[in-house]
Design a protein around this ligand. Structure first.
Ligand code: FES
Length: 366
């Protein structure tokens, strides 16, 4: 009986929503609901900033209350977060730093301001409690296996700690104990360590969690085979999750590859790995045909950035060649995939503008 009532209520609700959409045409009733409370919308997921916490001089944690339609994340996943800048919406991806299913229903993202990073600067320096930000679905496969037990080795640098923090917090929230875990963390100086106090508390209260901090500034210790051997003699038997700057990840990948153990390594990047620079970079004119907009290219800058600098607001997601949210078609000319140097010159071919640069004059459908 109860199931029948629930089904009837859901059908009635869907019918009322359809009826309301008819009156709201060409918009949807959800667009008007948004005026009352952006978290109630169903056409776009939004989040309200309910807390900000300074972590270090250039990083900050935002506590977000997701609106209707949010589904819980797995520890280690990331979300797209949007901010309006100069009348345009800019989107970036950030790892979720909180454990899933918090009692208050909120999530946290921890953002580090990067030089010339328009979005990260805005999030770290300007966003205030009470603002509403567009939010994406949780994504990514940088996650722990669902079956226990796992004896992880975490290797993190800088803000690469954020997905790992979600995993550690989840261990504590779900199981109250962190399993046998070794964690190497790198930061320029002690004061740059994001979540430094919480990591130390874990290290002193969780007897199976071993934390090794390394400070890299002024010739400090970088990742090395000796350092790894000393901290984690059984590293060959552990599954590894690594996240941090490109140089750290390159060293870690090379080490595991040399040992023939790449299958044990999970890597999360902030940016797509780019091919070495080429002398053949050719400046030119970029025509965004669908937007009737023209811009100049230096042959190196990615086409997404060139479009944004020209005042366009192209669809995009990860900005690192993963999600295909920025795909467009090549109309004429030639572009270079910055990840591997491959040239794309066939009209009608797909171009991921976030990881491609123009080679001379080029015309895109965008
Ligand atoms: S924005 Fe994700 S592939 Fe370009």
């Amino acid at each position: 009986m109860a199931i029948l009532i629930i089904c009837y209520a859901m059908t009635l609700r869907a019918s009322l929503a359809r009826l309301a959409d008819m009156f709201a045409y060409p918009l949807r009733h959800s667009h008007y609901v948004e005026l009352v409370n952006p978290l109630w919308t169903t056409h776009a997921l939004m989040a309200r900033v309910v807390g900000v916490r300074e972590e270090t001089a250039d990083s900050r944690t935002l506590t977000l209350r997701p609106g209707a339609g949010w589904r819980s994340h797995r520890p280690g996943q990331f979300v797209r977060l949007g901010v309006p800048i100069g009348g345009q919406r800019h989107t970036r991806t950030y790892s979720i730093s909180s454990a899933p299913d918090r009692e208050d229903g909120c999530i946290t993202v921890t953002v580090k301001a990067v030089p010339e990073g328009r979005v990260s600067e805005r999030l770290v320096r300007q966003v205030r409690v009470g603002e509403y930000l567009p939010l994406g679905e949780p994504q990514g496969d940088f996650v722990l296996p669902e079956s226990m037990p796992v004896h992880p080795l975490f290797i993190t640098g800088g803000s690469g700690i954020t997905p790992i923090m979600s995993m550690l917090r989840n261990y504590v929230q779900e199981y109250e104990v962190v399993p046998d875990t070794v964690h190497l963390h790198y930061a320029p100086r002690e004061r740059d360590v994001i979540f430094g106090g919480e990591l130390d508390t874990l290290a002193s209260t969780q007897r199976h969690y071993q934390l090794f901090r390394h400070y890299t500034q002024d010739g400090g210790a970088r990742f090395s085979a000796e350092q790894l051997e000393a901290a984690c003699p059984d590293w060959r038997e552990r599954e590894v999750w690594a996240c941090g700057p490109a140089s750290l990840l390159a060293a870690v990948e090379a080490h595991w590859q040399a040992a023939g153990l790449s299958h044990l390594l999970h890597v999360e990047r902030f940016h797509a790995p780019m091919a070495a620079g080429t002398d053949a970079a050719t400046a030119g004119r970029v025509l965004f045909a669908g937007s009737a907009t023209e811009a100049q290219s230096d042959g190196v800058t990615n086409l997404l950035r060139i479009a944004e600098d020209a005042g366009l607001n192209p669809k995009h997601g990860c900005r690192m060649g993963i999600c295909h949210g920025c795909d467009t078609k090549l109309v004429s000319g030639c572009v270079r995939d910055l990840r591997n140097g491959a040239l794309i010159a066939e009209p009608g071919d797909t171009v991921q503008v976030c990881v491609c640069s123009a080679v001379g004059d080029v015309e895109l459908a965008l």
